[in-house]
Write a protein that binds this ligand. Structure first.
Ligand code: NAG
Ligand code: NAG
Ligand code: NAG
Length: 296
């Protein structure tokens, strides 16, 4: 009996944790730009992974929308007919769909459609379901190579599904480093990282946050993902972008046109002089003969 109650308490406690975590997900680590134009509030994952029978949540964290609609392989929510279809988590304003126990049939492409009065955005997440934990980490997000101006803020993100390894000293994490430096980006420095995990540590990620970009920040960044017995490195390049707004192309002097115009002018003047020298007398005599007499 005691064992049974303990079991029950554990189950309830665990499911509370999970619900708390999915409720929390869209309200943490959001982009810092304000304004309420429609858009995503954090990096949306393209791929998600789950183990058969385990909890799984999919998220489209957004703002400025009037409604979010979900589709699975093109079919609108609700998804009847399968054993354990994902359901919308209404407390997160429809940003999350989840299931307590993933089935094989849950695998597929989940599309969220954000709508306001004038714009529609869609984002598709591919969910793969594994029967047993794969050995290698599975990437859920890695920032693309990017360029930024000096002085700008910047944020990179990487994340991978590592799964839950039930060993006493099992340890998984993701962290950023710069390939040509020793900086580990600890708290409080201009560049720092925020390590995150979700779904009970099955998914590990890290945000690299750069305030006020400097010349020396350009280069190659490495996101290292470690899980027991495995290590994976992902790379993102940060390059300089010249501020194109203040760049005005200098007015080129049109030497070629000027030269042609000058040549034509000289030719015209020469022609007039030659004509005058050749026929000037004849014209004057002709004029005198014809008009001179009329004037008398
Ligand atoms: C949330 O989803 C439900 C079910 O699809 C829908 O009726 C409701 O309008 C949605 N609400 C928002 C804010 O998108
Ligand atoms: C999901 O999308 C991918 C890429 O577009 C496609 O290859 C795959 O067949 C889709 N899966 C399903 C179940 O529709
Ligand atoms: C990294 O650390 C080593 C030893 O502490 C030092 O010799 C080296 O100059 C450092 N490299 C950079 C790029 O800071």
């Amino acid at each position: 009996m005691v064992v049974y109650i303990l079991f029950l308490v554990t189950v309830i406690y665990n499911s509370c944790l999970i619900i708390y975590a999915i409720e929390d997900y869209c309200s943490t680590n959001k982009f810092t730009n304000d304004g309420n134009t429609m858009g995503f509030t954090k990096e949306p994952s393209l791929s998600e992974y789950a183990i058969l029978g385990k909890f799984k949540g999919l998220h489209c964290c957004a703002k400025g929308y009037r409604s979010i609609e979900w589709y699975k392989d093109g079919r609108p929510y609700p998804w009847h007919g399968t054993f354990s279809p994902l359901i919308i988590y209404p407390e997160s304003a429809n940003q999350t769909v989840y299931t307590q126990s993933v089935t094989r049939e849950d695998a597929g492409n989940y599309t969220c459609l954000l709508r306001n009065d004038s714009v529609v955005y869609t984002h598709t997440i591919t969910l793969r379901v594994f029967e047993t934990l794969p050995d290698d980490p599975k990437i859920t997000y890695i920032s693309e190579n990017t360029s930024a101006c000096i002085g700008e803020p910047l944020r990179l993100f990487c994340e991978a599904f590592v799964g839950f390894v039930d060993l006493p000293d099992a340890y998984s994490e993701a962290f950023w480093s710069k390939s040509d430096g020793n900086d580990t980006f600890e708290d409080g420095s201009r560049i720092h990282q925020i390590k995150v995990s979700r779904e009970d540590g099955q998914i590990c990620g890290s945000y690299l946050i750069i305030n006020n970009l400097k010349e020396e920040d350009y280069g190659k960044y490495t996101c290292t993902i470690i899980k027991p017995g495995r290590l994976m490195e992902l790379f993102t390049y940060l390059s300089e972008r010249k501020n194109s707004v203040t760049y005005v192309p200098p007015n080129e002097v049109p030497y070629k046109k000027l030269f042609i115009a000058a040549a034509i002018t000289i030719l015209l003047i020469a022609t007039v002089i030659i004509l005058y020298l050749q026929f000037g007398l004849v014209v004057r005599v002709f004029c005198k003969d014809h008009f001179g007499r009329l004037l008398e």
